[in-house]
Design a protein around this ligand. Structure first.
Ligand code: PLP
Length: 440
């Protein structure tokens, strides 16, 4: 077994006494809908390390669900937020300010739309998705949409209609918005279509739908994650996104890439779509964009967004100066080296996980791009049945060993460290993971 660095300190039983007291207070006053399976009560964080209220130190390979892109409390981001806060905390989107305009300019320069783009700002990924759906209906005048099984786009009524990943399946999924048809997401590890390129097969399936019961002329947009996140960190086969693009172009359908989880450097490129060079019409961002400050963006080709008339969509907090300041600093850091670090350290991480896969039969597949990496755990049977309970046990053991992890899909451990994680931290995390696999 690889040596576990002494940098990870667990000093108390977990949860420790202070944490237990907090959990007891919290249970009476906070909604029980938050999953909260792993009792970590945060005190503070730096980079990839976090401390709980009892002084225990953990490696954070969950990064606030891929939000803490620049690591915890990156000094440049903290300074940008402090500077903005010293000037003013809020002015509604009825007025202008430098941080918001600068962020719009930055995204217009960086967004891989293949033509000029504009941004609409909000507070979350869900709201960015809602805005994208509304814009798509507005500019096409069409009522229907195509979404993907296993997709996750949020939990408001519109975005929820596209969310079919584990959460809603567990709680009885039903369509919350009419006109949304779900199609399979191409998963090479779990092929639904025998003997075929899964991407081609899904494209054929959509064509078949268009001919039979979903007229393409009524479809406003196809909403897709370029790499499926909550559904299991599934990377589609090469050619799939380009195929979707061609299908959309053929039928006048808009292509929306939800890059809330995959965007802002996470996959080793600024946006995941850049791995395949496919331009969306609309792109949604949130999570890593603000390094922890709540911000979402719906970025659309200018010729589409320009069709929105005054008041067609809006919000009170969109373009909040603190959130925009954090996003500007974040994009500067990600563009300035963190995306490249995610690519390089991510490749090292995958290689280390593949070493583990050779030693543990329960590891079915290691997949991903950059620092969006999934490791699917399976039972020892021919069907490679998802090993759900094992996955939970490994995460619980990892927690007790000082490593924060979260699951996705049916039984996938996902690794979404800060983008500035070091190789040493990865090696330490892999050692803790090995220990946790042994114990689980
Ligand atoms: N879209 C994707 C791809 C996501 O992964 C998520 C959240 O996990 C959302 C949308 C919703 O974002 P938020 O939780 O910020 O509303």
């Amino acid at each position: 077994m690889a040596a576990v660095s002494p940098r990870t300190h667990i000093r108390t039983e977990l949860p420790g006494p202070r944490a237990r007291a907090m959990l007891a207070r919290d249970a009476d006053v906070i909604s029980p809908s938050y999953p909260r399976d792993y009792p970590f009560v945060m005190s503070h964080g730096r980079g990839t390390q976090v401390w709980d209220v009892d002084g225990n130190r953990f490696l954070d390979f969950a990064a606030g669900i891929a939000v803490c892109s620049t690591g915890h409390a990156h000094p440049r981001v903290v300074q940008a937020v402090k500077d903005a806060a010293d000037r003013f905390l809020h002015i509604s989107s009825d007025y202008w300010h430098e941080e918001m305009t600068a962020l719009g300019e930055r995204l217009a320069r960086l967004a891989p739309m293949g033509e000029p783009a504009m941004s609409f700002f909000c507070q979350s990924g869900t709201e960015a998705v809602e805005a994208a759906l509304k814009l798509a209906r507005h500019v096409t005048g069409r009522p229907r949409f195509i979404g993907f099984l296993g997709g996750f786009h949020g939990r408001t009524m519109g975005s929820l209609a596209f969310t079919s990943s584990k959460y809603t399946q567990q709680q009885g999924f039903f369509a919350t918005m009419p006109g949304v048809t779900h199609v399979p997401y191409p998963n090479p590890y779990r092929p639904l279509f025998a003997g075929a390129d899964q991407g081609e097969a899904v494209l054929d399936y959509i064509r078949m739908l268009f001919e039979r019961n979903v007229p393409a002329s009524e479809v406003a947009a196809i909403l897709v994650e370029p790499i499926q996140g909550e559904g299991g960190y599934v990377v589609p086969p090469d050619g799939f996104l380009a195929g979707l693009r061609a299908l959309c172009d053929e039928h006048g359908i808009l292509l929306i890439f939800d890059e809330v989880q995959s965007g802002v450097g996470r996959t080793g490129r600024l946006f995941a779509s850049e791995h395949w060079g496919v331009h969306p019409d609309i792109m949604t961002l949130a999570k890593g964009l603000g390094s922890g400050l709540p911000i979402g963006a719906m970025v659309a080709k200018r010729r589409l967004m320009a069709q929105w008339k005054r008041g067609a969509h809006g919000n009170t907090y969109g373009g909040n100066p603190l959130a925009c300041a954090a996003a500007n600093a974040t994009l500067e850091l990600v563009e300035g080296g963190m995306a490249a670090n995610a690519a390089a350290v991510g490749a090292h991480f995958v290689a280390r996980l593949q070493e583990l896969a050779r030693d543990y039969g329960c590891i079915g597949e290691v997949r991903g791009k950059g620092l969006m990496i999934g490791m699917e755990l399976v039972e020892a049977d021919a069907a490679r049945t998802p090993a759900r309970e094992l996955c939970d046990r490994v995460i619980t053991r990892a927690f007790h060993n000082g490593l924060l992890l979260l699951p996705c899909g049916a039984s996938t451990l996902r690794f979404m460290t800060p983008l500035n994680v070091t190789r040493d931290e990865i090696d330490e995390g892999v050692a803790l993971l090995r220990l946790s696999l042994d114990e689980a």
